[in-house]
Design a binder for this molecule. Structure first.
Ligand code: ASP
Length: 439
């Protein structure tokens, strides 16, 4: 059995965290390929090493002195090295980094050093081989990740190595120039490595015991989800629930490798399993609830809209012409509503409204602002009667006015539109009815 284990920044922020990580790795012989992030925050107003690197490089780029800032980064690593009683020295590495910063090696190179250096320490501490991600993770000239070439290079390289540390977050173009994924991209690296070695499990270790049923900033101590499908996860992540980088799903999904989200500080917790499909029922009718504020709705009215072929296309054309993507389009007989992100829309609203008039000739266009969308997600909803009824009676009891309802044809989610001000109350009401009351 082969497991790929990725550890996030908070799991590797100090020597003490490194020790916990090593215990986790040593407690299961199958944990053979390790993907570390850069050191994250040690306390709430600490700075992540990645952010320190960006700031430091911006000074270098502006031809300002960055010695102090680079020394502060070196100290973060030295503290870890000393705390682990390693004899390793990163002096030469920092000399090279300083030289490359002066030569303006680029922001991507700068940010990648966080994972690179942490990988060197991790490999020395575990006694595993260090494999530089720049040699095995490849990007195309247009900046897209090159999945197939990477899978071949990485698969071949790791085939000959029993245990290795591969730093997360970056790779390189064919010419060797370093390129990073977007922020949080070590999750993606872990998934890529899992695919390349055909792992049985991709364990993603973080600082929470899995994917939570609801946002902990709204619900105190929400329950963790035991098992979630990729599709459910996508719905919840899209609505802002984030534990895992969105692109981390694709590489393992292709191979049918499950992801297990685990807590470095509570390794005894089983965490959340993310799988393609399952016959395991979720503990509650809903798997999770998440949402986002900051939408507005554009309501378009036209008598006899139902019989006018092409009306919807013309309306959506107006949004497309101004580069605005729409989120939901619920419709009635003579009405159609388009939900958009308020901040994307606000500067262009009058132009879009006149384009709608020009293209579709409606009777009236009405805009409503400050709305929130909430997704209630659950594979269990398909086979349970009355879920929508329970949601709406809970919202009615909580005095929340529902402005929009949209149930996807997959019966996997119900999207509800409410006023921004009702957002937290609505999430609480939904959580209470399904999780606390378990109705
Ligand atoms: N260190 C990078 C970041 O802070 C990547 C990662 O942690 O996954 O975004």
């Amino acid at each position: 059995m082969k497991k790929v284990v990725k550890f996030g920044g908070s799991s590797l922020a100090s020597a003490e965290q490194f020790q916990k990580v090593a215990n986790i790795i040593h407690s299961d012989d199958n944990r053979r390929y390790v993907v570390p992030s850069a050191p994250g925050k040690r306390f709430s107003d600490d700075t992540k090493v990645t952010d320190m690197l960006y700031a430091c490089y911006h000074l270098a780029e502006a031809d300002k002195d960055f010695k102090k800032e680079l020394s502060a980064i070196a100290e973060r690593y030295q503290e870890i090295i000393d705390g682990l009683s390693l004899t390793l020295s990163l002096k030469d590495e920092f000399k090279t980094i300083e030289k490359n910063f002066k030569e303006k090696a680029g922001e991507n190179y700068a940010a990648s050093r966080g994972e690179y250096l942490n990988g060197i320490i991790m490999a020395a501490y575990l006694g595993y081989e260090f494999v530089d991600a720049a040699e095995v993770i490849r990007f195309k000239d247009n900046g897209d990740f090159d999945a197939e070439v990477t899978n071949e290079i990485l698969g071949q390289r790791l085939a000959g190595i029993e245990r290795a540390v591969i730093p997360g977050f970056y790779g390189s173009y064919a010419g060797g120039k370093v390129k990073t994924f977007s922020r949080g991209g070590s999750d993606v690296t872990g998934s890529i490595v899992a695919r390349a070695v055909k792992a049985d499990v991709y364990e993603n270790w973080t600082d929470v015991s899995g994917f939570l049923v609801a946002d902990p900033r709204i619900i105190e101590n929400p329950e963790a989800i035991e098992t979630i499908t990729y599709r459910e996860l996508r719905e919840l992540s899209y609505m802002g629930a984030s534990v895992l980088h969105e692109d981390a799903i694709f590489p393992v999904r292709r191979e049918g490798i499950p992801i297990n989200i685990r807590n470095t500080n509570k390794p005894e917790d089983e965490g959340t399993w993310i799988v393609e499909s399952t016959c395991q029922k979720s503990k509650y009718v809903i798997t999770g609830v998440a949402g986002k504020k900051g939408f507005c709705s554009v309501n378009i009215e036209k008598a006899m809209m139902n019989s006018e072929i092409g009306f919807g296309r013309k309306v959506l054309q107006a949004f497309e012409d101004y580069g605005i993507s729409f989120e939901h389009v619920p419709s009635g007989i003579d009405t159609m509503t388009v939900f958009v992100h308020q901040d994307e829309f606000i500067d262009k609203e009058q132009k879009v409204v006149s384009a709608i008039h020009r293209l579709a000739d409606p009777d009236a266009v009405d805009i409503e602002a400050d709305l929130a969308l909430i997704a209630v997600v659950g594979r269990g909803m398909k086979s349970t009667r009355g879920t929508a009824g329970r949601i709406f009676s809970a919202l009615a009891h909580a005095n929340v006015n529902v402005k929009m309802i949209d149930q996807g044809s997959s019966e996997l989610n119900i999207i509800i539109g409410v006023a921004n001000d009702d957002f937290e109350t609505a999430i609480k009401a939904i959580y209470d009815i399904f999780v606390i009351a378990r109705i």
